[in-house]
Write a protein that binds this ligand. Structure first.
Ligand SMILES: Nc1ncnc2c1ncn2[C@@H]1O[C@H](COP(=O)(O)OP(=O)(O)OP(=O)(O)O)[C@@H](O)[C@H]1O
Length: 398
């Protein structure tokens, strides 16, 4: 049932209809479907470790980035995010596959083609924003233009315009050390937009700043992206950042795309336990499919029989896991009138400010419930319930 490695090409479900994608004209949206900014096809890259073992850092990845789209590459350390980003940038040479950027082949393993980073019309923004400390903001922005042969005066004028576009037109004479993190981020973005590189690659740019500042910078980044409309590939291992920034998220696992889609689709309809646990918290109820009919699977579990929406390919005999999120559960003294419910004993219940987290033992399993009620006494016998449409069935070994 897993769709590992299989990517719906340009499955474009705008995450924010009022926002970035929604602000584009319909014609633009159609054009974006016609030609992605980036196309990656069946990409492979292995590394050889010191001990001689090979690591498939990218193991057959295919994906597209649409015009004006922010695609976030999300996954735990070592899953291949940075290698994929560097391969798109031209900083890492893949072993096989294809990368097309702005309609031009950038890498083609079969033809032995591998364009240099500077020939790919991309900008990259790293953790430190990679600003030159000895150059003013304006010089940082104009430098790439001058180095491409543009006259200094023309480049300076374009830099002033780009700094104005990102809202810091008055800071052109400041040096990076004299600017806040947010202002430095804007300089880096100005440098990206002045190059007319409509594709910006971000490698965990916010990972070095504390949580409060990160939240602020994230909001600024969303605002800038909305205003300037560039396309972006953004690497992070922070699921909140991914949810906030992405039009689509590609969840990577051991060099493959485990799932790709809009943040809400990934959160509500994870294809595996891996995705469900990486994006959010989930309860797990193992079981076996007894039969499938009319899109519903009957699942036998240690806590009784359940009827669950059946994913494509589900069949009788499948070992599965039924997932449901803690915030989709309720705790009550009585058996729920309808929908799935299980009797359990409160193990622990704590008020966490925004919600109360209650852990219950149901048979040999434990479930988390996040709700607004006051904490419950440990040892109390209660019912955990959820709604049938909140149940999600995935393979047990996923
Ligand atoms: N130059 C290299 N030599 C050997 N192995 C490498 C090299 N670069 C990456 N790898 C391996 O390739 C795999 C993918 O690495 P990559 O840096 O792409 O992961 P990542 O998801 O970006 O991780 P992180 O979030 O920690 O940066 C890892 O197993 C890593 O150890």
């Amino acid at each position: 049932m897993s769709n590992a490695g299989v990517i719906p090409v340009l499955e474009r479900a705008p995450h924010r209809p009022q926002g970035r994608v929604g602000e584009q004209s319909v014609a633009n949206a159609i054009a974006s479907q016609a030609q992605p900014v980036v196309s990656v096809r069946d990409l492979h890259k292995q590394f050889r470790r010191e001990d001689g073992r090979t690591v498939p850092a990218i193991d057959g990845i295919s994906l597209d980035v649409g015009q004006g789209e922010v695609l976030v590459l999300l996954g735990p350390s070592g899953c291949g995010k940075t290698t994929l980003l560097r391969a798109i940038a031209g900083l890492e040479k893949p072993d096989a596959g294809q990368i097309v950027i702005h309609g031009q082949p950038a890498f083609d393993g079969a033809r032995g083609l591998n364009r240099q980073p500077e020939d790919r019309r991309i900008s990259m923004i790293f953790q430190s924003y990679a600003l030159w400390p000895h150059m003013s903001a304006a010089d940082n922005v104009s430098y790439p233009l001058v180095s491409r042969g543009m006259a200094k005066a023309t480049a300076a004028a374009q830099a002033v315009d780009a700094l104005r576009q990102v809202g810091i037109g008055d800071l052109g004479g400041q040096y990076p050390a004299q600017m806040s993190g947010g202002q430095q981020q804007r300089v880096a973005l100005a440098r990206a937009v002045v190059s007319k590189d409509a594709l910006v690659l971000f490698d965990e740019p916010l990972s070095n700043v504390d949580a409060k500042v990160r939240q602020q910078l994230r909001l600024e980044l969303i605002d800038m992206q909305r205003k300037l409309g560039f396309s972006a590939v953004y690497v992070t291992h922070d699921q909140i950042e991914a949810m906030a920034l992405a039009d689509r998220i590609a969840v990577l696992r051991q060099g493959r795309v485990e799932q790709i889609g809009a943040p809400d689709a990934i959160y509500d309809r994870p294809v595996s336990r891996y995705v469900a646990n990486f994006i959010g918290t989930t309860n797990e109820l193992p079981g076996r499919v007894i039969g499938v009919a009319a899109g519903q699977a009957e699942v036998d579990t240690a806590l009784g029989r359940l009827s669950v929406g059946a994913p494509d390919g589900a069949a009788a005999g499948d070992a599965v896991c039924v997932l449901f999120r803690p915030e989709h559960c309720a705790v009550g003294a009585a058996r729920p009138a309808d929908g799935p419910g299980w009797e359990g004993v409160v193990v622990n219940s704590v008020f966490l400010g925004a919600y109360t987290e209650t852990l219950l033992r149901c048979g040999h399993l434990q479930f988390q419930v996040w709700g607004q009620s006051a904490p419950l006494p440990a040892g109390a016998t209660m019912w955990v319930s959820t709604r049938a449409e909140r149940l999600r069935m995935v393979p047990q070994d996923s």
